[in-house]
Design a protein around this ligand. Sequence first.
Ligand code: DSN
Length: 419
Amino acid sequence: MYSHIKKQDKEVFGAIAGEDKRQREGLELIPSENYVSAAVKEAMASSLTNKYSEGYPGRRYYGGQQFTDAIEMVAIERAKKLFGAKYANVQPLGGANANIAMYFALLQPGDTVLGMDLSHGGHLTHGHPVTYLTKIYTFVHYQMKNVETGEIDYEAMRRTAKKVKPKIVLAGFSAYPRELDYTKFVAIAREVGAIAVMDIAHIAGLIAGKAVRNPFDDGFDIMTTTTHKALRGPRGGLILVRESEELAKKIDKAVFPGLQGGPHMHQIAAKAVAFGEALKPSFKKYAKQILKNTKAMEKVFKKHGARMIAGGSDNHLILLDVSESFQISGAEAEALLDRAGMTLNKNVIADDTRKPMDPSGIRFGTPAVTTRGFKEKDCAQVAELMIEVLTKRNDATVEKARRAIKKLALTHPIPESFP
Ligand code: DSN
């Protein structure tokens, strides 16, 4: 592996080798990360990175597209099958790009979007004031009604929707551990004449693996997603349209030429490979195991009386209030656990009084460790180690946990392929 980089560029090689080792010997608990197959990596490293392919299959602006067209068509067909969509655009470079293209396709400057508040689990691209998007569109937010159960305040959401008349009712999150009531979102969108969109980035793998409901089954019009989280593909984005040809055309125009230049064909090939893997029956088992593993961690935190936002988890992630539970900040917890080989991220919790760089919570999840073959008992052991480190915080405890984590990691090597 890497024989050419090693010979040619010691500096970059050293860093890549270091990252490989870090991934091998530590545990990835960031809920938006995963390990891809060797086949996905091969596609990413293929000669397709040399090719310009502006346009869409059959209508490109450059010649030499006989193979790129075939690849993009395969990716589109597999994405459609995986999510029950009539149309798919596989060109978005990432999740943020997918959301920006979706807004560009559906909105005029000044139009309103009703999305989830960031500190209640939403995402920057759902209208946080630090983003450029808020200079173009108006974002209004809904929140949880009860932070201890995670229940969304659908009544307040409906009242707000009737008042502000959004063009998009946006569901989706990056730090919310419960399942949403999709029928309520769609009903509100229909009532005010809005398009119902869900950013499924965090749970795309769970939807593809049929471990949770598919929002299209409840009438959502569009779904945007990344491809690299529980879905286990390369870093990238994807936009799915349930059935409207008119919406699909608008999305295609917005992605190219509206927003992006040449699609990254190596990335699209890797998406096609990953979608093929997710269509296999074994992916369903994987998705279900993610849920079981998160429940096993939830059980341990509950037993120790730790405060989880929304009271626990129905999906792949847990948001832990470390400030209240362990009298430690999110940044301190992240650093401590990182030293013990458990990589996760500090995260704001609902209505956090602390700053995003040092918030009150940490966020972690099980997609990556489940790829390594972790089962409930392994995840419970990780949760116990987390609690021990967060409680005792001394060097000896951190070192003991680091050794235990390394052992767990080495006995569960990152697989090169999936059954
Ligand atoms: N950065 C992603 C996450 O970690 O959830 C979302 O954009």
